[in-house]
Design a protein around this ligand. Structure first.
Ligand SMILES: *Cc1c(COP(=O)(O)O)cnc(C)c1O
Length: 463
């Protein structure tokens, strides 16, 4: 063994203690450090010929890189939809690395069984029934990709084509209908050989709504003349967290032949609260469902779950049989269900957080985040210089300036807030209007943070 490696081995507990000390220090200052780092990163170094050992690497990281990392795990990072990491989830994540299990299958370890247990808990959390099976993937983009891959295989079944063998071209053009799809849906269609341009936009409801107009969807399906299609329903749009009427969309299957995929990346968490669960009424009828976990479950990056009712088709797409890996059987290993072969045990941080805080603890995070988003919405609404572009339906505030809301102005405001270090918000465009979004999904955010964000916005506007 190389001498430096042997040294590190002999001092492993001390090295882990040092890493723990660094992490604890960073986390203790998380709420007060600048939320975003806007300066340039250091130039890339040369590959070290001789290493420094673990302690040297830790010192180098602490000095050279850590100061430039954002406080995205903290309470006032409101860009995109960004969760933090609950204490138990973080502990679970550390142990994922320490145990370093390959959750590709069940051979030789209970790790895959833990993933099954966790997927079962999540299914229950989101109100899905036993007909949905699932697996962990890296994020909602991968979850949408898997769901749409199974949808593609289903289209093949309807048209008498084995897509996994003959390829997507054998299907001919595939109609994919959606009201307000996330950009990752287009990306998935590109990867799947269906094509980004096969995504047919369906009109959404009028005014400040982003939910699909169900009558327009009905008409668009009728226009296909009986050709089977894929419908992507949206449960929680990124701009205003609007929800398609999942029951009404699902009911269209009585008259039209389509696979129903629901992107519930963060909107799925509405199911945790009796007050908001009606927003995802009908989710259980979906053929495939995407839910992100590194957003509102507050587990570290990266983790999401995908669910489907047709595991047989999923295996047709993803099976990876070989003499050394084995063939998919009655209870197929995860390597036959997702794009990966070898897989990190992503379920462990989620298992830790659900075990530590339960449904109740995670419900409290969701309900508090919604209250805080509404609080910020009310503060902005009360001031003449800001306009809310939609009511705060759940955890995102979508707003703009009442005067001169140009793209440049909104981007400059977002930059000014980031440079001030108090908060991080991201610009968007809502129905043609440049805007800002403030998305609440961190488990540590409080009312005090909302006050600070509102004050930072006012300062940026007056500067
Ligand atoms: C965030 C998000 C995605 C993409 O998720 P990643 O985890 O970034 O891959 C997809 N759909 C919706 C609705 C989202 O909010």
């Amino acid at each position: 063994m190389h001498r430096t490696l042997a040294d590190d081995l002999s001092r492993l507990p001390a090295l882990l203690q040092s890493a723990r000390d660094l992490a604890a220090g960073e986390l203790a200052s998380l709420a007060e450090r600048p939320v975003a780092r806007t300066g340039p990163a250091p130039a890339a170094d040369r590959l070290p010929e001789a290493g420094t050992g673990g302690a040297g690497a830790l010192a180098r990281f602490a000095e050279r890189w850590a100061p430039g990392f954002s406080a995205s795990a903290g309470p006032r990072y409101l860009g995109f939809v960004t969760g933090g990491a609950t204490p138990a989830a973080l502990a679970g994540d550390w142990l994922t690395g320490a145990f370093d299990q390959n959750a590709s299958g069940a051979a030789g370890s209970w790790a895959a069984a833990l993933e099954h247990e966790t997927v079962g808990w999540l299914r229950e959390l989101f109100g899905l029934g036993p007909a949905h099976s699932g697996a962990f993937v890296t994020g909602a983009s991968a979850s949408n990709l898997v769901g749409l891959a199974v949808a593609r295989e289903w289209l093949g079944e309807r048209l008498g084509v084995d897509v996994s063998r003959d390829g997507a071209a054998a299907l001919g053009p595939v109609p994919v209908l959606s009201g307000s799809p996330h950009s990752s849906v287009g990306k998935a269609l590109s990867v799947l050989g269906i094509g980004r341009d096969r995504l047919l936009p369906v009109p959404v409801a009028d005014g400040d709504r982003e939910a699909v107009d169900v009558a327009a969807l009905d008409a668009a399906l009728t226009a296909l003349g009986g050709r089977p299609a894929i419908v992507v329903a949206n449960a929680g749009t990124v701009n205003t967290v609007d929800f398609d009427d999942l029951r009404a969309v699902g009911a269209l299957r009585e008259r039209h032949d389509f696979w129903l995929h629901v992107d519930a990346a963060f909107g799925g968490f509405a199911a945790l609260s009796p007050e908001f669960a009606h927003l995802v009424d009908g989710l259980d009828a979906a053929d495939s469902v995407c839910v992100d976990l590194h957003k509102w479950l507050n587990v570290p990056y990266d983790a999401a779950v995908q669910f489907t009712r047709r595991r047989d088709l999923q295996v047709a797409v993803f099976h990876n049989a070989s003499p050394y890996l084995g063939a998919p059987t009655g209870d197929p290993d995860f390597l036959h269900l997702t794009p990966e072969n070898s897989r990190r045990l992503r379920a462990l941080p989620a298992w830790f957080s659900l075990t530590a805080y339960g449904r109740e603890g995670h419900r409290e995070i969701v309900e508090r985040n919604v209250r805080l988003a509404r609080d910020l919405g009310a503060r902005l609404d009360a001031r003449p210089e800001w306009d809310l572009l939609a009511p705060v339906r759940l955890n995102v505030v979508c707003f703009t300036t009442s005067e001169a809301p140009t793209g440049e102005r909104l981007a400059a405001l977002a930059d000014a807030v980031a440079e001030g270090g108090e908060a991080f918000l991201t610009p968007t465009v809502f129905k043609g209007v440049p805007a800002l979004r403030a998305a609440f999904s961190n488990w540590t955010t409080t009312r005090d943070d909302v006050e600070r964000v509102a004050a930072a916005l006012t300062r940026a506007l007056r500067a």
